[in-house]
Design a protein around this ligand. Structure first.
Ligand code: AMP
Ligand code: ZN
Length: 116
């Protein structure tokens, strides 16, 4: 699966063309609250650089490390680090991916259920 960058929702959020409830931003990453939260804390962390799916990383594992590192800091900031939280990334249709710009979900603030 791939997506034209000009049509990519998360590229538009990263560039500021579309507003989002941003909770963190640096040169490489941006994090914002999910528009349809599945838990009291539901933050999406994305690279500003467009990558459509996990299959397109081509060995650039640093991106996922940066996303997960930032997720742990945001979890601490949200006060859910000790109680616990979940990070996850969906890939392609059967994995549940609906936006084709890689993103990490940070979920917490309640007892989370089974994965699927
Ligand atoms: P996924 O299903 O893993 O591709 O996750 C995409 C997520 O993006 C979903 O949880 C959506 O609720 C969320 N989402 C879609 N549009 C927006 C938006 N404009 N702002 C914030 N989150 C969004
Ligand atoms: Zn994009």
């Amino acid at each position: 699966m791939s997506q034209n960058l000009e049509d990519c929702l998360f590229c538009k959020i990263a560039s500021g063309a579309i507003p989002a409830d941003i909770v963190y931003e640096d040169d490489d990453l941006i994090a914002f609250n999910d528009i349809h939260p599945q838990a009291p804390v539901h933050i999406l962390i994305i690279p500003k650089r467009h990558v459509s799916t996990l299959n397109d990383l081509n060995g650039d594992t640093g991106v996922v490390s940066e996303l997960s590192h930032r997720a742990t800091i945001l979890a601490r900031d949200a006060g859910i680090d000790e109680a616990g939280f979940r990070i996850l990334m969906n890939c392609n249709p059967q994995g549940g991916q609906t936006v084709y710009h890689i993103h990490m979900h940070l979920l917490g603030g309640k007892q989370l259920g089974a994965l699927c």
